[in-house]
Design a protein around this ligand. Structure first.
Ligand SMILES: Cc1ncc(COP(=O)(O)O)c(C=O)c1O
Length: 376
């Protein structure tokens, strides 16, 4: 089967003659974002009216993000990074000695280490081990007990590309007090994300969402919001305007989501970039993008196995994602050699990650495999 691109390579900056298979690290940039910037610049110079136009586009971005994730827009805050989103729980819940957090020993650092200060308060961090690079939902659930405050995981693994079954995890936690916190950075824009199953779902924007740094949409459920104390306060998350005038009272009411987690202005230029990227993603539809990315993953997998490489990504289609990964001792050296030949993949910590997204096609996969063959 030949997989065609869903968006032409030519819509992106710098892809002429380049095989770009590293969206899991950094996505390429839409040429049309020049227009987004021009509009931002006009609004930015346009005083209060211009500012209001920027906010209107920001609210449209929230709507689009809600549509992508199947949750109400007003439950999505714009955080500065995925790490900060996860930190809302670490810093904002009332922890007690003896509480614990369950995560895995293959987790991305921001998910695994956000809880480190809590160890001083007697909170245990449980790292569920992977089994031959696979994290099992049943192992995660079996590690949760009545003192588990948060089960924190990435939906799609940065290391192996495994797409965890969030529905199964949510069902396993039903009726408990454990919050399900999902880092969807390698899932959002690439595969379906059912954020409503989680209590917190956050994603950076510079990978599969095709935007850039500085904004990370963060969904928070009703019950998580009720438990969370904001850890920063400012003009935007307190009802000082217009409830108060120039003079301050000792107390000011906290606003609900989404401003609750936005004490000051988010990076609005990044929000506008995200809004445009979401328009393009939603035009195609996430089901179609997911099917396309899984088809590419299967082609990468088959080709790597044909070259006797040790693929560490799951073999079952339902557990696949846009990332297909193989073990290499000196991953960075191999990536540099590929980059010298205009083939961009991402490698570190003993594995190389090949990411196929909506602008990739079978020809990209074939070019990667043929250059790899020359090198090994
Ligand atoms: C799972 C995961 N979460 C988060 C990030 C980074 O997100 P941010 O820089 O927005 O914290 C990465 C980057 O590689 C990642 O792989």
């Amino acid at each position: 089967m030949t997989v065609e691109s869903l968006i032409p390579h030519g819509d992106f900056v710098g892809l002429e003659g380049v095989t770009h298979l590293c969206t899991g690290g950094e996505a390429p940039w839409f040429k049309d974002q020049v227009e987004t910037y021009a509009e931002f610049a006009r609004c930015k110079s346009g005083g209060d009216r211009g500012r209001r136009l920027i906010y209107e586009t920001g609210e449209r971005c929230r709507e689009r993000m809600g549509a992508l994730w199947g949750v109400p827009a007003e439950r999505i805050a714009f955080m500065p990074s995925a790490a900060e989103g996860m930190a809302c729980l670490a810093r904002g819940l009332c922890w007690q000695p003896g509480d614990n957090v369950v995560t895995t020993n293959l987790e991305f650092p921001s998910v695994a280490y956000n809880w480190r200060n809590l160890r001083e308060e007697g909170v245990e961090v449980r790292l569920v081990p992977h089994s031959d690079w696979l994290v099992r939902e049943e192992d995660l659930l079996a590690t949760v007990d009545e003192r588990t405050r948060v089960l924190a995981i990435s939906q799609v693994s940065f290391y192996t590309g495994q797409n965890l079954n969030i529905t199964e995890l949510a069902a396993g936690l039903a009726g408990t007090d454990t919050l399900l916190a999902v880092d969807a950075t390698h899932a959002a824009g690439a595969v379906q994300v059912h954020a409503a199953k989680a209590d917190l779902c956050v994603s950076s924007s510079y990978k599969w969402l095709l935007a850039t740094h500085g904004v990370a949409p963060c969904y928070v459920s009703d019950r998580a919001e009720a438990l969370l104390r904001p850890t920063a306060f400012g003009w935007r998350n307190l009802a000082v305007w217009p409830a108060q005038g120039a003079e301050r009272a000792p107390d000011a009411e906290e606003k609900p989501m989404p401003e609750r987690l936005e004490p000051g202005n988010p990076s609005m230029v990044s929000v506008l970039y995200l809004d445009y990227a979401l328009e393009r993603i939603l035009q195609i539809g996430i089901e179609r993008i997911e099917a396309h990315n899984l088809d590419l993953s299967e082609q990468v997998n088959a080709g790597l196995e044909g070259l006797q490489q040790k693929v560490i990504s799951p073999k079952v289609r339902e557990r696949r994602s846009g990332n297909t990964c193989f073990a290499v001792d000196d991953a960075h050296v191999l990536c540099e050699a590929l980059a010298d030949r205009e083939v961009l993949v991402w490698g570190e910590h003993g594995r190389v990650r090949v990411s196929g997204h909506l602008y990739n096609n079978s020809a990209d996969v074939e070019r990667f495999l043929s250059v790899l063959q020359e090198l090994i």
